[in-house]
Ligand binder design. Structure first.
Ligand SMILES: Nc1ncnc2c1ncn2[C@@H]1O[C@H](COP(=O)(O)OP(=O)(O)OP(=O)(O)O)[C@@H](O)[C@H]1O
Length: 456
């Protein structure tokens, strides 16, 4: 870390001189200025880390300088120097964003401590801002891959939802379709981005604990409650809370959540005070909530409150156009993570990746690519690097015999034959004579091939 740069602005020469002496001795780089106009020029050209600013200046006064300095750099740390007895002005300066004020005549040791603290706070702030912007980069909308028409619609909805600040969103989609990623994208694209994003999986937390996780508890509320604890609603105040697997929430808890949604207030477990928070609620489920309502395991009133904006994530097999861009995305990602240099997938592997129904959706695809990249050292991912369930199930002919083309690297005709026998048996639930008919073979010829390929 280089030297911190401090700008001293005071019209009294003697004060400038003594501060310059003192602060330089403490290891700071010191600039001085006797007027507001000159100070603003230095703030613009020299970007000091901290400004000591006298309120009474000739020409434009300290408060105006403060205002203009804050316009130039909202994060700039300004400590006001005020003559005793003008507390009002000092308070005004604090409201305008000054970090602190000290009265004249001041004690140099005290001033040293104030400066040190202010610089530390500034550093922390910068670090937090940096982490937050890193997070936005990681979790913003640009991380959602999706070329398909389906996903393009989802992406434009996410942008709109992010801007309409308070509305409650329900994300629905099969497991692994990216519901949590979408929730994060909404948060990090919204005005709440620099406030917390808190996520909880309602299915993973036992019912008795869920309430205290969400609402917090007072000391002594139950046996283990040795200290008072804030819940996620309080911790995410100003930000977003993500309630995953909301369909698995117990009925009792559903009633309590409904109250939070309706009244925007809640009580800690064992508490009697109403606490109000400003939190956007995004919930997600892979269950059909309408079905859950029909069989009385989910409250209809809660459902309508949660899905002010419903967002449906299609399964991966409904958006096959996204498969290859996602493959490319994950290859780049895991190359970076594991220091590999895989270039892409072979045409045959590509075909199988496209045919496979992906019951585990994007999470499954991600895992397949991760595993292949860890295990293999070749530049191109081949069919043999893919797991059995993909190679075995994705029938080579499943998109119609005439659409099948011999891949550039060739194919063994016996492999094709074996796959046809396997599929016909699968289609007919193992009924050999029906399976034989499907391939226009006599039963003997069919059984001969079954033996040959190890099905008998
Ligand atoms: N559009 C996408 N682009 C890039 N990566 C994605 C996309 N969608 C999902 N992923 C990745 O897929 C994995 C699963 O996503 P996520 O955890 O958000 O799914 P989910 O629907 O919340 O799953 P579950 O229902 O099991 O909680 C994550 O690693 C996520 O980063």
């Amino acid at each position: 870390m280089g030297k911190h740069k401090i700008l001293v602005v005071d019209d009294e020469h003697l004060i400038r001189w003594s501060l310059e002496q003192n602060l330089s001795k403490q290891g700071y780089e010191v600039l001085t200025s006797g007027s507001g106009e000159d100070a603003l020029r230095l703030i613009r050209d020299e970007s000091p880390d901290l400004v000591l600013l006298d309120i009474q200046l000739p020409g434009i006064n300290g408060l105006e300088v403060l205002q203009k300095a804050k316009d130039l750099d909202g994060e700039l740390i300004v400590i006001m120097i005020t003559a005793l007895g003008v507390l009002e002005t000092a308070v005004k300066a604090m409201r305008m964003g000054a970090y602190d004020y000290i009265g004249k005549p001041f004690n140099l040791d005290e001033l040293a401590i104030t400066i040190k603290k202010a610089l530390e706070t500034g550093e922390l702030k910068r670090e937090v801002a940096h982490l937050r912007s890193e997070q936005s980069r990681h979790f913003g909308i640009s991380n959602l891959i999706g070329d398909s028409r389906h996903m393009q619609n989802v992406l434009s909805l996410i942008k709109k939802v992010a801007q309409s600040d308070a509305s409650t969103v329900l994300v629905q989609g099969e497991s692994g379709t990216g519901k949590e990623l979408v929730a994060k994208a909404i948060h990090y694209e919204s005005a709440r981005a620099d406030k917390p994003f808190m996520a909880i999986n309602c299915a993973a937390v036992p019912e008795t604990l869920l309430e205290s996780e969400l609402m917090g508890h007072e000391r002594g509320a139950f046996t283990d409650a040795k200290v008072q604890k804030k819940g996620l609603f309080e911790l995410s105040d100003g930000g977003t809370i993500f309630l995953d697997e909301i369909g698995d929430m117990a009925m009792g808890m559903q009633a309590k959540l409904l109250r939070v949604l309706e009244e925007r207030t809640f009580r800690r477990v064992g508490g009697s005070k109403d606490i109000s928070v400003d939190v956007r609620i995004i919930s997600a489920t892979n269950k059909d909530l309408l079905e859950a309502i029909a069989d009385k395991s989910f409250r209809a009133d809660l459902y309508y409150r949660l899905q002010v904006i419903p967002l449906f994530l299609p399964s991966l097999r409904e958006r096959k156009d996204d498969i290859l861009p996602l493959v490319e995305h994950f290859i780049a990602h895991f190359n970076r993570e594991f220091g590999k240099s895989v270039k892409g997938v072979s045409p045959m592997a590509e075909k199988f990746l496209l045919e496979y129904p992906w019951p585990g959706n994007i999470r499954e695809l991600r895992n397949v690519i991760e595993r292949a990249i860890i295990l293999e050292n070749e530049e191109t991912l081949l069919l043999e690097h893919l797991p059995q369930e993909i190679v075995g199930k994705a029938g080579v002919l499943s998109s119609g015999p005439l659409s099948f083309q011999i891949p550039p690297e060739g194919i063994d005709i016996e492999e094709v034959e074996r796959e046809l026998i396997r599929q016909s048996l699968e289609l007919t639930d193992g009924n050999q004579s029906k399976a034989a008919k499907k391939l226009n073979l006599g039963i003997d010829a069919f059984r001969y091939r079954m033996k040959k390929f190890g099905f008998l």
